[in-house]
Design a protein around this ligand. Structure first.
Ligand code: UT7
Length: 307
């Protein structure tokens, strides 16, 4: 058994927060934020549930399937709407999906974790799985802390996985975690995100390169054969440093962070949907997804595009 990706969708709240908005009340500037991160604006608003429903509805519509035929909703999020129940249960009810529902928390790596978990569910018998990544990072970010406020935004993306006979389109994957680094990026219940930016940056480049290399080696694919790298949207400089080491040119990456900021578990599916919507993917293309973040966790997966 294997999987194909049948549909995709994304969602962003309406409210745009620009770098100038931060510069008007914090000791920062548009120049600093663009040069150090690549971010120009981000969106604030909605809830994890509403954003995931919007993205999920688009993915279901595009796949042209009856939502009742979805056996499991797997929602990656770090900002569930409630401690319990899982936000996935709200998504399941709102979209009219059948079967089970669960949240997955692997921070910014969450969507790729959920994708691999969804593929595993198909392997053991699920026909269709809705895999979503959604976060409302504005809720857990101190908007007066210039070190973190400028980085994060809210957003969601989703895909429909469908089980097929044969090897399917997930060609390789790698999931990793080093809990000894969990102090680098964390948020206590009811608190705000704390981050050692410099060290997270250094580790992010390292794990992105290691994980993507492992995944490509397992799939027997050379970096030169990757059509599109869809990285976690945290910082253009992280992507550029990792691309240099991997031997993947920057023009073969999907980047939306200029408009979205870092939307944590929403970021990889947002960038994937944007690339697909803009005609950057054709049948047979090799797509490499990579997430990294708090934990530290990291995750990569290589797919062949097309149903
Ligand atoms: O999704 C999870 C993954 N998270 C990440 O990937 C984040 C990884 N880290 C980063 O992206 C970068 O470390 C940042 C963008 C957060 C910071 O960039 P940096 O080049 O590492 O800057 P820095 O932390 O070394 O700070 C340099 C200076 C400091 O001032 P001093 O100590 O040199 O006087 C900071 O206080 O820049 C200062 N600074 C700012 N200045 C203007 C920090 N934030 C700001 C700001 N505006 N917003």
């Amino acid at each position: 058994m294997g999987i194909v990706l049948r549909g995709w969708g994304s969602a962003l709240p309406e409210k745009i927060v620009t770098n100038a908005d931060f510069a008007s009340r914090l000791d920062t500037s548009d120049e600093w934020i663009v040069a150090r991160t690549g971010i120009r604006e981000r969106r604030f608003g909605g809830s994890t549930g509403t954003l995931a429903v919007e993205a999920g509805q688009r993915a279901i519509d595009q796949a042209g399937i009856d939502p009742a035929t979805i056996d499991v909703v797997v929602l990656a999020t770090t900002t569930p709407d409630q401690v319990m129940p899982a936000t996935a249960s709200y998504v399941q009810e709102q979209l009219g999906c059948g079967g089970g529902a669960m949240d997955v928390n692997a921070a910014c790596s969450g969507f790729v974790y959920a994708l691999v978990a969804g593929a595993g569910l198909c392997e053991v018998g699920a026909e269709r799985v809705l895999v979503a990544g959604a976060d409302v990072m504005s809720r857990i970010t101190d908007q007066d802390d210039r070190g973190t406020a400028i980085l994060f935004g809210d957003g969601a993306g989703a895909v429909v996985l469908e089980r097929v006979e044969g090897p399917g389109k997930l060609l390789g994957w790698d999931l990793g975690s080093d809990g000894s680094l969990r102090h680098l990026l964390s948020c206590d219940a009811g608190g705000y995100t704390q981050m050692n930016g410099k060290e997270v940056f250094r580790q992010a480049v390292r794990v992105m390169v290691d994980s993507c290399s492992k995944t490509l080696a397992r799939a027997g694919i050379a970096p030169a054969d990757v059509t599109l790298l869809v990285p976690h949207q945290a910082n253009t400089r992280i992507v550029s440093a990792a691309c240099d080491r991997l031997g993947i040119p920057m023009d073969r990456t999907a980047l939306v962070l200029e408009r979205t900021g870092n939307t944590s578990a929403g970021s990889v599916p947002l960038a994937l949907a944007d690339a697909a919507d803009n005609g950057r993917l054709a049948d047979g293309d090799i797509v490499l997804l990579c997430g990294f973040g708090a934990g530290m966790t990291w995750a990569s997966a290589v797919l062949q595009w097309g149903a």
